[in-house]
Design a binder for this molecule. Structure first.
Ligand code: NAD
Length: 291
């Protein structure tokens, strides 16, 4: 089956990047959010990010105009009915994702493949609540989407081979590299990454080091391009907490206990870069550690 039209649900940090790479690769994109402001901001960001690619010679100005013209925004999920592939990338909460799939399914064509960009939630469980578990899989991009090379592809128990192959072909058309993961909590990347970030928060919580000393240690001591707390702010602390809760609940091992300090930051609404404050305060010229 040839995929031509792609629906993207959720116009947050990830959704804007997904709409960007899909339209640049030639797909028609129907871009949905419940919030018009999120869609407007996402379109402005895609424009700016594509402009940066043009100035670096990575994208033709004419190709940029073509890509932008292939993206249509909508507040109405039924408008995604004509899509061949839907990538859900809304807030990392199972009830939110379930409600989206419930609302969407009656409008879809029988051949449409449904996917989720979830970082951690069971693909098999999300799939089982739709009318097409065999045509459902995890399509997990990395942040920032236009730059990061990897896409994790996750098959649920029921996912069939043609669905996997169709998604694999999309990853190839994007010029990205697919790695496959079995459907266990947080898959591969976040199963390894999030406990490290959570441990960095414990290190801060227990007073072993300050924000600066923890990030400096990991950048200069282990050659990580970003420190774990800076990275947590980049990902979003609500998303980090949600993933730790999925690991804790799904694997029932206390080693995945979310750090109470991470919970506290989320309770404060200090979610990282997207809200202007997290382990760093981004409201001034340069980021300032908040502890
Ligand atoms: P975000 O908070 O930046 O954006 C979420 C968007 O979803 C918001 O614009 C919100 O308005 C929208 N939304 C909420 N309910 C909706 C609904 N019912 N219908 C349509 N839109 C709705 O979150 P994000 O960082 O973009 O994460 C989105 C998904 O991508 C999550 O599943 C997350 O786990 C996953 N993910 C995130 C990262 C990361 O680094 N942030 C990386 C890979 C995958």
């Amino acid at each position: 089956m040839e995929i031509k039209r792609v629906g993207v649900v959720g116009a947050g940090q990830m959704g804007n990047g997904i709409a960007h790479v899909m339209s640049a690769a030639g797909y028609e994109v129907m871009f949905n959010d419940i919030n018009q402001d999120a869609l407007d901001k996402a379109m402005a960001l895609i424009d700016a990010n594509m402009e940066r690619q043009v100035s670096k010679g990575k994208l033709d100005a004419a190709d940029k105009a073509g890509a932008l013209s292939r993206i249509q925004t909508t507040l109405s999920l039924p408008d995604l009915g004509a899509c061949d592939l839907v990538i859900e990338s809304a807030t990392e909460r199972e009830t939110v994702k379930q409600a989206i799939f419930e609302d969407l399914v009656p409008h879809l064509q029988p051949h449409t493949i449904l996917t989720s960009n979830t970082s951690s939630i069971s693909i098999t469980r999300l799939a089982s609540r739709t009318d097409r578990p065999e045509k459902f899989m995890g399509f997990h991009f990395m942040n920032p989407v236009p730059i990061m090379q990897l896409v994790e592809l996750i098959r649920g128990i029921a996912t069939d081979q043609p669905t996997f192959e169709a998604c694999y072909a999309v990853v190839e058309k994007l010029g990205k590299t697919a790695a496959t993961s079995e459907d266990f909590p947080a898959f591969i990347v976040n199963r390894i990454l999030m406990p490290m970030i959570n441990e960095a928060v414990y290190t801060l919580y227990e007073g072993v080091g300050s924000v600066t000393s923890i990030d400096t240690s990991m950048k200069l001591g282990t050659n990580h391009p970003m420190g774990p707390l800076e990275l947590a702010d980049f990902i979003g602390l609500d998303t980090c907490l949600a993933i730790m809760n999925v690991l804790h609940d799904g694997l029932a091992d206390t080693k995945y206990r979310p750090c109470p300090l991470l919970t506290k930051y989320v309770e404060a609404g200090w979610l990282g870069r997207k809200t202007g404050r997290g382990f760093y305060d981004y409201r001034g010229e340069a980021p300032v550690p908040t502890r």
